[in-house]
Write a protein that binds this ligand. Structure first.
Ligand code: CMP
Length: 413
C-alpha cells in the first residue's frame, strides 16, 4: 500500500491502513479465528469502511471550514469584483436601498465599504452585502439631478409659475448653471396644481442644503409674484408661525419716498400719488433683482434691507456700490432705454418699491425739476462705472446730454 501512496487519495488510504494496523484492539478476524483469506477480505472491508469514514470526516471538516470562512471569502471575492468593476468610487454618494442607507463613500477595502451618512455617522457595509443589494450611485463627477416639489392654487397661471420659479432657482448656490432647471406640472391634484422642479447640482453631496435653498427661493418667488401655495400645505402652516412683514401701507411708502433725495422736490400729494403707483417686492438674500444686459422699464427704491451693485470684472463680480434704505437703483435703463448696466443682488432679505415708466412720466410732467436731478445722478453713476471708482464726477455736457435724452424718451418739452 505504501507504494501506491503517490496520490493524495492513496496517502489517506495508507494512513488509515497503517493506523488500522497499529490499533491496540485485536482485529475481529484474529478474535474469531477466521482463515487467512477471510481475514484479508475482512481487512479490505474494514479499510474501505475507514476510508469512507475518512472521506466523510474531511467533507465535514471542509464544510466547517467553509462555513467559518463563508463571510470572509464572500467579502473577499465581492471585494475583488468591486475593485474590478468600480461601480462607485470614493466621494460618490450611494444609496443602499434595502438598508435605507445614504451617504458618501469614504473608502473601499477588501472587506467593506466605509460610508459617511448625512448625520455624519460612519457605516461599514460588507462587500458581500453590497454585492447582493441594489445600490444607487450618484457619481461625484456626474451632473446629478434632484426633484423638489411644491404646489399652487388652480387660479395661478402655469406659464407665470414656470417662469418665476425657474428664474428664482437657477442662480441659487450649488444649482449647476450647465443645465437650466426644469419646472413642470407633476399632477393636477384635488385641490392644487402639483409641481416638480428638476435641477442639477455642482456638488451632489450637499443636496440636503440645496433642496432647502431651492424651497426657500420658491417661497420668496411665489410671494413676490402674487402666486399662492395651495391649501392644505406646509407653507400655510409656516405662514402662521413666521410673521412676514407686509409691504407697508401707502403713508409709510410715501414717507420712505420723501427721504429719497431725487424725490425731495415732490409735494405731499405727489408723493402719495407716487406711493399709490409703486409695487412692493421682497427678495431673499443672494437673489438677483436686476441682471446686467436685461431690458428694464422700472426703477427701485430700497425700502429696507441692502443690495450690492455688481459689474463683471475678469470673470468674477466686482461690487461697485452697496445701497441701503432710501437709496434707489435701476433708473439708468428706465430713463435712457439702454440695457441694465449692472447686476443688483440682495445682500440680505430686502424689500424694494418698484416705480414704473407711467408713474415717472406723470411725475416728470408735473415736476420738471425732477428730470434734472435724476439726470445728474445717472451721469454720476455712469462716470463711476466708466472709471471704476465711486466718486467720479460727470461733466456738465454729459449731464446736459442725459437730460435731453430723458426728455426725449419721456416726451417732455
Ligand atoms: P440700471 O442700469 O437700470 O441697472 C443697474 C443699476 O445699478 C443702474 O441702473 C444703477 O441704478 C445702479 N448703478 C450702476 N452703477 C452704480 C454706481 N456706481 N453706484 C450706485 N448704483 C449704480
Amino acid at each position: 500500500m505504501a507504494k501506491a501512496s503517490a496520490s493524495g487519495y492513496s496517502s489517506i488510504h495508507t494512513w488509515h491502513w497503517d493506523s488500522l494496523r497499529k490499533a491496540r484492539r485485536p482485529s475481529r478476524c484474529r478474535r474469531y479465528g477466521h482463515s487467512r483469506r477471510r481475514r484479508n477480505h475482512l481487512r479490505w472491508g474494514a479499510a474501505a469502511f475507514c476510508q469512507q469514514r475518512s472521506s466523510t470526516t474531511s467533507a465535514l471538516f471542509g464544510v466547517i471550514i467553509g462555513l467559518a470562512l463563508q463571510d470572509t471569502l464572500g467579502n473577499f471575492f465581492a471585494g475583488i469584483s468591486l475593485h474590478a468593476d468600480r461601480p462607485f468610487q470614493v466621494g460618490d454618494v450611494i444609496v443602499v436601498t434595502q438598508q435605507k442607507l445614504t451617504g458618501v463613500v469614504e473608502s473601499i477595502t477588501w472587506r467593506a465599504i466605509k460610508v459617511r451618512t448625512f448625520q455624519n455617522h460612519i457605516v461599514l457595509v460588507s462587500n458581500s452585502l453590497a454585492a447582493r443589494e441594489a445600490i444607487e450611485v450618484a457619481p461625484r463627477e456626474n451632473l446629478n439631478a434632484r426633484l423638489v416639489f411644491f404646489n399652487t392654487i388652480y387660479t395661478d397661471s402655469p406659464a407665470k409659475t414656470i417662469h418665476v420659479v425657474r428664474e428664482s432657482v437657477r442662480d441659487a448656490d450649488n444649482v449647476s448653471d450647465k443645465i437650466t432647471p426644469i419646472v413642470r406640472i407633476r399632477a393636477l391634484g384635488d385641490s392644487s396644481i402639483d409641481w416638480e422642479i428638476k435641477y442639477w447640482l455642482d456638488d451632489y453631496a450637499k443636496y440636503n442644503d440645496t433642496d432647502a435653498l431651492v424651497r426657500q427661493r420658491v417661497w420668496y418667488a411665489l410671494r413676490r409674484n402674487g402666486l399662492t401655495f395651495a391649501f392644505p400645505t406646509r407653507t400655510l402652516h409656516i405662514e402662521r408661525n413666521v410673521p412676514v412683514r407686509p409691504i407697508t401701507a401707502e403713508d409709510q411708502i410715501a414717507d420712505r419716498l420723501s427721504a429719497v433725495d431725487v424725490f425731495s422736490p415732490l409735494s405731499t400729494d405727489e408723493l402719495r400719488q407716487l406711493a399709490k403707483a409703486t409695487a412692493g417686492h421682497v427678495f431673499a438674500p443672494g437673489e438677483t433683482l436686476i441682471r446686467a444686459g436685461d431690458e428694464g422699464s422700472s426703477m427701485f427704491v430700497v425700502h429696507n434691507g441692502r443690495v450690492a451693485v455688481q459689474v463683471a470684472d475678469r470673470g468674477g463680480p466686482r461690487t461697485v456700490a452697496e445701497l441701503t434704505e432710501g437709496n434707489f437703483f435701476g433708473e439708468m435703463a428706465l430713463f435712457t432705454g439702454e440695457p441694465r448696466t449692472a447686476n443688483v443682488v440682495a445682500l440680505e432679505e430686502t424689500e424694494v418699491l418698484e416705480i414704473g415708466h407711467p408713474a415717472m412720466k406723470h411725475l416728470f410732467e408735473t415736476n420738471p425739476s425732477l428730470a434734472e436731478s435724476i439726470s445728474w445722478t445717472i451721469a454720476e453713476r455712469q462716470a463711476d462705472l466708466a472709471k471704476g471708482s465711486t466718486s467720479a464726477q460727470p461733466s456738465i455736457q454729459e449731464t446736459a446730454g442725459l437730460l435731453s435724452s430723458i426728455k426725449r424718451f419721456f416726451g417732455l418739452h
